[in-house]
Design a protein around this ligand. Structure first.
Ligand code: B12
Ligand code: SF4
Ligand code: SF4
Length: 266
C-alpha cells in the first residue's frame, strides 16, 4: 500500500473484514512493560485508525517538506496489516540538554529512540510473532503525527504550548512510533489531567518571537526562530580532529523549558 493516509482511512472504513478485533489487555501490558524496561521511556498503544482521525489530519495534513539530510531516505510504505501503533517517549530532562542538540541532521535523543525502535521490532517478532515497522520521524517520509498518536494512546495531553504534556515529565519528552501488525487492545486517553487551566501561561510568554498570537500556536512565526537557530549554531564543548569547536544546532525550547509540569523530574 502506498503512503496515502486518506486512502488508508477510506479502506479501513469500507472493509468490514478489517474491523478491530480486540486482543487481550495482557498482551498490551506485556509490550508496554518491555518498552518501559528501557530507561527513561514511557510507552502506550493506540489504534492507527484513531490516530488518522486526529486533529493534525483534519481537514488535510499540512506536511513539512523541508530539506534535511534525511531527504535521501526512501518513503516508508505502510503494510496493509498494520492496525496498531506503539507510541513511546523518551524523557529529555532540563539537565541533559545534549540529548536535544542536532548535529549532521540527528540528535543523541533521536538516535536512542531509533535504536530502541529496532530493538522493539526484533522483540515483537521473536516473542509474539508480530511484524512491526519502526516509522521515520518525518511525516513526508511515512511517519505519523506523533503528538496525536500520543494523545490517543494516553501518554499525555496537548498543552497551551502546543506540545504533548506528560503527567510526570511535562513537555520534556520526545516521541517515536512503531506500526504493529493486527489489533492490540489500545490504552485509554488520559482524563482529568488539565494543568493549563490553572496556569498563567509561562510557555507562551517565554516565546522569543511571540509565536502564539491570540493564544494559538503559529508555525510560521515559530519557524523564524527555528531557522535562526540553524544559522546560529552553538558549541558542544568538544573539538574535532582539526581542534576546531564542534558546532551543533540548539533548537529553541523556551515554550517547553518554562512549563512547570514535571519540573520536579528536572
Ligand atoms: C514539523 C515539526 C516541527 C516544525 C513545525 C511545527 C508544527 N507544530 O507545525 C517546527 C520545526 C517549527 C517544529 C518546532 C518544534 N518542535 Co517539532 N516537530 C515537527 C514534526 C516532524 C511534525 C509536527 C507537525 O507538522 N504537526 C502537524 C501540525 C499541523 O500540527 P501542530 O501544530 O503540531 O498542532 C496539532 C496538535 O497540537 C494537535 N492537537 C491539538 N489538540 C489536540 C487534541 C487531540 C485530542 C489530538 C488528537 C490532537 C490535538 O492538533 C494540532 C493540529 O490541528 C513532529 C514529529 C512528528 N512526526 O510528529 C515534531 C515534534 C512535534 N516537535 C517537537 C519539538 C520538541 C519541537 C520544538 C520544541 C523544537 C525542539 N527544540 O525540538 C518546537 C516546538 C514548537 C511548538 N510549540 O509546537 C516534538 C514534540 C514533543 C512534545 N513533547 O510534544 C515532536 C513530536 C518531535 C519529537 N522529537 O518528539 N517542529
Ligand atoms: S506553561 Fe502552563 S499553560 Fe503552558 S503548557 Fe505548561 S501548564 Fe500549560
Ligand atoms: S519553540 Fe521557541 S519559537 Fe517556537 S513556539 Fe516554542 S518558544 Fe516559540
Amino acid at each position: 500500500m502506498s503512503h496515502d493516509l486518506r486512502l488508508l482511512l477510506l479502506k479501513t472504513d469500507s472493509h468490514p473484514e478489517w474491523n478491530i478485533m480486540v486482543t487481550d489487555a495482557s498482551l498490551t501490558a506485556e509490550i508496554i512493560a518491555h518498552a518501559e524496561s528501557f530507561s527513561g521511556i514511557k510507552a502506550r498503544v493506540a489504534r492507527l485508525a484513531d490516530v488518522l482521525n486526529g486533529y493534525s489530519y483534519q481537514p488535510a495534513p499540512e506536511v513539512e517538506t523541508r530539506k534535511t539530510n534525511m531527504d535521501e531516505a526512501p518513503v516508508t510504505n505502510w503494510p496493509d496489516e498494520a492496525r496498531s501503533v506503539l507510541v513511546f517517549g523518551s524523557h529529555h530532562p532540563m539537565n541533559d540538554p545534549r540529548l536535544d542538540w542536532w548535529e549532521h541532521g540527528n540528535s543523541l535523543g533521536n538516535h536512542r529512540l531509533m535504536d530502541m525502535a529496532e530493538s522493539l521490532k526484533l522483540w515483537l517478532l521473536k516473542e509474539h510473532g508480530r511484524d512491526s515497522l519502526p516509522l521515520p520521524y518525518h511525516v513526508e517520509k511515512g511517519g505519523l503525527f506523533l503528538k496525536d498518536a500520543a494523545v490517543f494512546s494516553g501518554l499525555g495531553i496537548i498543552g497551551r504550548n502546543n506540545l504533548l504534556l506528560h503527567p510526570e515529565w511535562g513537555p520534556r519528552i520526545r516521541l517515536r512510533s512503531i506500526l504493529v501488525e493486527g489489533d492490540l487492545q489500545p490504552t485509554e486517553p488520559i482524563e482529568g489531567f488539565s494543568p493549563c487551566e490553572s496556569c498563567d501561561g509561562f510557555c507562551q510568554e517565554a516565546c522569543p518571537v511571540n509565536a502564539f498570537p491570540g493564544g494559538n500556536y503559529s508555525r510560521l512565526i515559530c519557524r523564524t526562530q527555528i531557522r535562526a537557530d540553524v544559522e546560529n549554531k552553538g558549541t558542544s564543548g568538544e573539538i574535532d580532529k582539526n581542534r576546531s569547536p564542534i558546532l551543533v544546532v540548539k533548537y529553541c525550547r523556551a515554550c517547553e523549558l518554562t512549563c512547570p509540569v514535571g519540573v520536579s523530574q528536572i
